[in-house]
Design a protein around this ligand. Sequence first.
Ligand SMILES: Nc1ncnc2c1ncn2[C@@H]1O[C@H](COP(=O)(O)OP(=O)(O)OP(=O)(O)O)[C@@H](O)[C@H]1O
Ligand SMILES: [Mg+2]
Length: 232
Amino acid sequence: MIELKNVDKIYGKGDGAVHALKNVSVTIEDGKFTAILGKSGSGKSTLMNIIGALDSPTNGTVYANGQNLTEMSPNALAEYRNKTTGFVFQSFYLEPTFSVLDNVAMPLIIAGMPRKEREEKAIKVLTQLGLEDKINKKANELSGGQKQRVSIARALVHNPDIVLADEPTGNLDSQNGAEVMALLRDICNMGKSVVLVTHNMEDAKNADNIIFIEDGVAEMKSGNAVNSEANG
Ligand SMILES: Nc1ncnc2c1ncn2[C@@H]1O[C@H](COP(=O)(O)OP(=O)(O)OP(=O)(O)O)[C@@H](O)[C@H]1O
Ligand SMILES: [Mg+2]
């Protein structure tokens, strides 16, 4: 479980300072699908990056399974992040000229794993995601939907507890977008926590919990409560 308590994020100083998160207290429950829903500039990515320990708050505290991340050294935090989290982004961030296999195995290089083991793990997760026939293709030879599935494989290869996806369907057509959404739900059903950033209520609707964010102020509701409100 990840808990944010009274988190503020302020970018910059003085007159130009941007108060991107304002006294945010939310919980990411283990094994649940949590959506962060809000308009452009509302603070979604900032919040996701703090939940995933890619960034730290200006004020407030972040606990992961009771451990205070805001008191950890940068090295310890990097180690925590490499072990625990996997990220998926709108623009994929694949190495275009590397093979699918090498892209997916990349996080395991950081983890110091030998090549043979890295490749076995990458092949396993690519096969799970139905990408076994793409293993030797270069990333720049894939369609958008395939690229996003490869980037999801890369996010999963080190078996993280939590997968965080920032507008993962933003560059995809509706069919591929729906497939990526279904895949994220499958990943949640595998027992992982999934955090989805979206500006799309339709995508947020299927979440167990929804964090509504507006101008840096966040409010968390259960997906069931939101759906029954919507249905009158
Ligand atoms: N590195 C940064 N330096 C300064 N300001 C920033 C930085 N990152 C974000 N901001 C500002 O913080 C606010 C929240 O940004 P954030 O990227 O979290 O929004 P978002 O909801 O993810 O928007 P989008 O849907 O457009 O991606 C915005 O006003 C943005 O301009
Ligand atoms: Mg964003």
